[in-house]
Design a protein around this ligand. Structure first.
Ligand SMILES: Nc1ncnc2c1ncn2[C@@H]1O[C@H](COP(=O)(O)OP(=O)(O)OP(=O)(O)O)[C@@H](O)[C@H]1O
Ligand SMILES: [Mg+2]
Length: 468
């Protein structure tokens, strides 16, 4: 018999995949028969190396492996599997029980250590609980995807209070604004918000023209913004339309508006007041029908004090002011954003990445995110590119996030974070079920008492969810 048996049929995503590796072919068959059932696909190998290849190929949720085999032993296989995908459950089998090797196996990440010949009932129980855990996880994944859709607004993801408030403002303002000022730290989504304002406005079908004011060369700024006519200056070999004219009937985004020179600020003020422009070199006044979104990460008020920004222009621009929250101010959105980016990059890189391990989540949630959503996007983009497994793990995260020495306080934060994850996940599941606590407890695989305990610990206002 060939040492490895692989089914040709494609394994459905809803099936539990199990790889069994044991050089004792009789025992191998025995175990395979024991655990075979609907929704469980078993792959077997009597050779340790071929078995490991099988694991790499099939991404099983469970591997059952014999401890002592010629070539590579079970302990080494265990290490390699955990290295490859720490989410895999590994059960070690042994003919000769020793408590030292049991402890070693558990320390290395095995979930169980059983003596041969395995007791049928014990193994079947284990499979049963894995199956139900697996089903729960899949249902949660579906729910998470549904939540992601629900809390995604014009590609802005977030369900924290400050983000929902921002989205509400954008929706309301989009209908009516002439000028809006968007402020927020770097990477908070100012450009995204500007696009949302345009896309939800009555001029959505008109042009959206973005101009990065910090990239304007002082001497050419005026011509960029207002255009010029042929011969207006050396090098003006033909007429040119400026940003404002190009955006006629639509929206202009003046990004990094704080970087405009004093001369350009004065001209901009005039455009905002009169909706009129003059191309450089031309006396003709042209009417432009435009909406203006100005964005900056700078504190314009302190720039006014330093006489670097015109106060009258500031008041013109900031009649409507939308301030985007930093990621540190909305850490409860981290989880949803992680899902969003992992899903997006998995598609982009054509990889089957399903999620992120808890310990990697803990690392992400203790970071301060000075670069906000852009930094998170970069970190996860890189992680998804690097990872070989179905879950992003600590090893896929950049060194600067991981490098802090674990200390006592770290383990405390890690615990707090796990509790937070539990809490926020419970609340999300409950919300998605319209507040039905019985169903939520069922779906989460916990008792109602436990559900109440988790909710009592969360700062959710009482009236927020209807109780069932
Ligand atoms: N709420 C969000 N949901 C999903 N993606 C977001 C969100 N906010 C920002 N991003 C993403 O983060 C990145 C940075 O966003 P954006 O360019 O809009 O930031 P910014 O505030 O203009 O930054 P800067 O001040 O550096 O120009 C973009 O790739 C954007 O798609
Ligand atoms: Mg920007």
């Amino acid at each position: 018999m060939h040492p490895t048996s692989v089914e040709n049929t494609r394994v459905p995503d809803t099936a539990l995949r199990v790889v069994v590796i044991d050089d004792d072919e009789q025992h191998l068959k025995f175990v395979a028969t024991l655990i075979s059932q609907d929704n469980v696909v078993v792959f077997t190998s009597a050779d340790s190396r071929a078995g490991l290849d099988l694991v790499r190929m099939q991404h099983p949720q469970l591997v059952i492996v014999d401890l002592i085999m010629p070539g590579m032993g079970g302990m080494e296989i265990l290490e390699k599997i955990i290295d490859f995908d720490p989410a895999t459950e590994v059960i070690l089998l042994t003919g000769h029980y020793s408590s030292e090797s049991a402890v070693e196996a558990i320390q290395k990440g095995a979930c169980d250590y059983l003596t041969k010949p395995v007791q049928a009932e014990k193994l079947q129980d284990r499979i049963e609980s894995l199956l139900s855990e697996f089903r729960n996880r899949q249902q949660c994944l579906e729910l998470e995807n549904a939540l992601l859709d629900k809390y995604q607004f014009a590609s802005m993801v977030g369900r924290s209070a400050p983000m929902l408030e921002t989205v509400r403002r954008i929706r309301r303002v989009a209908q009516h604004f002439r000028t809006v000022l968007i402020t927020g730290e770097t990477g908070t989504g100012k450009e995204l918000a500007a696009r949302a304002l345009h896309d939800l406005s009555p001029v959505a079908s008109g042009p959206f023209v973005a101009c990065n004011c910090s990239a304007l060369v002082e001497t050419l700024a005026e011509s960029e913004l207002f255009g010029h006519i042929k011969g207006a200056f050396t090098g003006a070999v033909q007429d040119r339309v400026g940003v404002f004219e190009a955006a006629h009937g639509g929206t202009v985004l003046l990004d990094e508006v704080g970087e405009l020179s004093p001369a350009a600020q004065a001209k901009l003020l005039r455009v905002l007041q009169n909706q009129e422009i003059q191309r450089v070199g031309s006396p003709a006044v042209r009417h432009v029908d435009i909406r203006v979104v100005a964005a900056t990460h700078r504190d314009l008020r302190s720039m006014i004090k330093e006489l670097r920004f015109r106060e009258d222009l500031f008041y013109r621009l900031s009649m409507v002011h939308i301030k985007l929250p930093s990621l540190a101010e909305r850490k409860e959105d981290l989880h949803l954003l992680q899902q969003h980016f992992i899903k997006r990059f998995a598609e982009q890189y054509n990889k089957n990445i399903r999620g992120i391990t808890r310990r990697a989540q803990a690392v992400l949630s203790r970071h301060a995110w000075p670069g906000n959503v852009r930094e998170l996007e970069n970190v996860l983009g890189n992680a998804c590119m690097m990872t070989d497994s179905e879950t992003v793990d600590i090893g896929d995260l950049p060194e600067y996030l991981r490098s802090r020495e674990p200390s006592e306080t770290d383990s405390e934060t890690a615990v707090a974070t796990l509790l937070e994850v539990e809490k926020s996940h419970t609340v999300r599941v409950l919300e998605s079920l319209g507040g039905n606590k019985m169903r939520a407890a069922e779906l989460l695989g916990i008792s109602r008492a436990k559900l109440y305990r988790i909710l009592a610990d969360s700062d959710l206002p009482d009236g927020d969810l209807s109780s069932h």
